[in-house]
Write a protein that binds this ligand. Structure first.
Ligand code: ADP
Ligand code: MG
Length: 320
């Protein structure tokens, strides 16, 4: 199979999804026409075999996740996903692998009416780089810098399942088959909170997606906003599976584990009564976990009100 056959067969042979793509795959560059009055939001993430995933991962899950982590970044800005590009380096062109990879990726793309408009393909160690591009009304994008003293802090969904799954795979936690299946799905096929992000545009003052752990990512919001925060540990939402193991595994995975792809956002007093109905509309828990304070510290309080710290704080590729 030549490079061009590979691109045509697995990535280009699809009907157009969006009318605003003037030129998609096949020319030197893609040309898109954004509607007037919209800001363009651009994010990119690369997943590298043996760093971000095991090389024998289900290719459908890899295709899903490579796109999901980018959609999660768009979600955190409140953007509507529109287009994406795919950079793929592959040790060899295995048709069955490519078929499953493309299916996993396009299933998620189709859910959000997102069109693949270009990319690059080369032989090399397995790595997947996606750039996702979205649209948000001018000046309306949610930023890390908007949190204000007195805002309530919320998170979507539940935290810690992905880190628990990784610990299970690495033999650091022993989980039953059903428990493992549940948390593994959360690790391998995260759901980017795109609808929540869009709805929060007019409610939240700041937002971030939780990719490196709540403590680390909320820390970025605090630094960018010049504020502190107080979190009530027991308020941090965890799944029924996680709660069932809480006495053994503790709170570290929920507070500091990575790969959750939930949103953490801040809401001023005026917006809070809208959160409950929004959670109902989205069919997604939106849980208040604390508030923004005037200090610079991130304090986590145990049920007695005493400060506690997770033993690890987040993932950093260059910290070791
Ligand atoms: P060029 O040499 O001009 O950069 P390429 O031969 O790399 O062009 O790519 C040809 C076309 O195929 C371009 O439109 C490019 O965007 C697209 N393309 C290449 N690889 C991919 C991929 N993995 N996914 C989607 N489109 C791709
Ligand atoms: Mg090229």
């Amino acid at each position: 199979m030549t490079e061009f056959e590979l691109i045509r067969r697995y990535f280009a042979a699809r009907p157009p999804v969006r009318a605003d793509v003037r030129v998609g795959i096949g020319d030197d560059a893609a040309v898109v026409r954004p509607p007037a009055g919209m800001d363009i939001v651009i994010t990119t993430d690369v997943l590298v075999a043996d760093v971000h995933f095991f090389a024998d991962v289900d290719p459908a899950a890899l295709g899903h996740k490579a796109l999901a982590v980018n959609l999660s970044d768009l979600a955190a800005t409140g953007a509507e996903p529109a287009w994406f590009t795919l950079n793929l380096t592959l040790p060899d062109a295995d048709p069955a692998w490519l078929q499953r990879f493309a299916a996993g990726m396009f299933n998620l793309a189709d859910e959000h009416a997102l069109q693949l408009v270009g990319g690059d393909t080369a032989r090399g160690p397995l790595a997947v780089g996606i750039t996702a591009i979205g649209l948000v009304a001018e000046g309306k994008g949610l930023l890390r810098s908007g949190a204000r003293v007195g805002d309530a802090i919320y998170v979507t969904g539940a935290l810690g399942d992905a880190a628990l799954a990784l610990a299970g795979r690495q033999g650091m936690q022993r989980l039953g088959a059903e428990e493992m299946a549940f948390v593994a799905a959360r690790l391998d096929r995260p759901t980017p909170r795109v609808d929540a992000g869009r709805a929060l545009r007019d409610i939240a003052t700041s937002a971030i997606d939780v990719s490196d752990g709540l403590m680390a990512d909320l820390g970025h919001v605090l630094a960018a906003s010049g504020v502190g925060a107080r979190i009530e540990r027991e308020a941090v939402p965890v799944s029924p599976v996680y709660r069932g193991r809480l006495s053994e595994v503790g709170w570290d995975y929920a507070l500091a584990g990575g790969d959750d792809y939930e949103l953490c956002f801040t809401v001023p007093a005026a917006g809070r009564q809208r959160i409950e109905s929004l959670a109902r509309d989205l069919n997604l828990p939106l849980t208040r976990i604390g508030e923004i304070t005037s200090g610079r510290e991130l304090d986590v309080l145990d049920p007695a009100g005493a400060p506690c710290r997770p033993t690890r704080t987040g993932h950093d590729h260059f910290s070791h």
